[in-house]
Design a protein around this ligand. Structure first.
Ligand SMILES: NC(=O)c1ccc[n+]([C@@H]2O[C@H](COP(=O)([O-])OP(=O)(O)OC[C@H]3O[C@@H](n4cnc5c(N)ncnc54)[C@H](OP(=O)(O)O)[C@@H]3O)[C@@H](O)[C@H]2O)c1
Length: 200
């Protein structure tokens, strides 16, 4: 079965966009800095590596609406033409590489079908990523942490999550951190007594 990876770029202070988003500037003023790594040699190498095993992408409706002017009918992977499932309350007819699903589980079922045994990447935004995580649907988290503090914007994480680091790639443009998901939700974290016992 496909591996499900939540893959997103984040600022050092945990935001996936800057404040003040507009249609012309969907990442907000300065927010494009989060994606600078994509045009670096190390970024290109990572994207090629991931692209080779990518079977389907899932994104939220806001990410789709904001990005369509750039992605056009071919989607975020351009010539690879990887199918994109958009999670939305307002489903539309299939268009280009895009298909529409009305909840996260349906989106995942359709993405798995299209991906066969290749990777399903949940590319965000924050809302969709958090829902996949809290529903326990994500195997791995891949964070591209840009060396920039935005001071506000769309916050990524909002509830407990326990991860095990599996890979670190450093470059001048971003730290690329990969984790496997150990567990999600409040039950996953030790209480103070357990934590003290662990330190003793
Ligand atoms: N830093 C990065 O790497 C990165 C990556 C991706 C996106 N982004 C940015 O993140 C921003 C969007 O993030 P976001 O968190 O605001 O939004 P999002 O996750 O892209 O989309 C949220 C929208 O999806 C629909 N939706 C959410 N949950 C749903 C559910 N359970 N069932 C059906 N529909 C559901 C709703 O739209 P409707 O009710 O309208 O259908 C909701 O408003 C964009 O500006 C994008 O540029 C950044």
């Amino acid at each position: 079965m496909s591996n499900v990876v939540f893959d997103i770029s984040m600022s050092l202070d945990g935001y996936v966009t800057a404040d003040g988003q507009t249609a012309e500037e969907p990442m907000g003023p300065g927010g494009d800095r989060l994606h600078t790594w994509m045009s670096s040699p190390e970024g290109q190498r990572l994207l090629e590596k991931e692209g080779g095993r990518l079977g389907a992408v899932i994104c939220g409706r806001k990410t789709y609406d904001d990005s369509l002017p750039w992605w056009q009918a071919g989607g975020p992977t351009g010539p690879l033409g990887v199918p994109v499932i958009v999670v939305t309350h307002r489903p539309a007819e299939p268009y280009g590489v895009y298909r529409f699903a009305t909840d996260v589980r349906d989106a995942l079922a359709r993405a798995r079908e299209l991906a066969e045994d290749r990777t399903v990447t949940v590319m965000g935004g924050a809302s969709i990523g958090r829902q996949f995580l809290s529903a326990g649907l994500v195997d791995e988290v891949s964070l591209h942490v840009a060396p920039v503090v935005l001071g506000g914007g769309t916050r990524l994480f909002d509830e407990p999550l326990e991860l095990r680091p599996t890979e670190v790639v450093d470059s001048a443009e971003a730290l690329h951190l990969r984790f496997s998901v150990v567990s999600t939700g409040l039950a996953s974290l030790p209480d103070e007594q357990d934590a003290s016992a662990g330190r003793a």
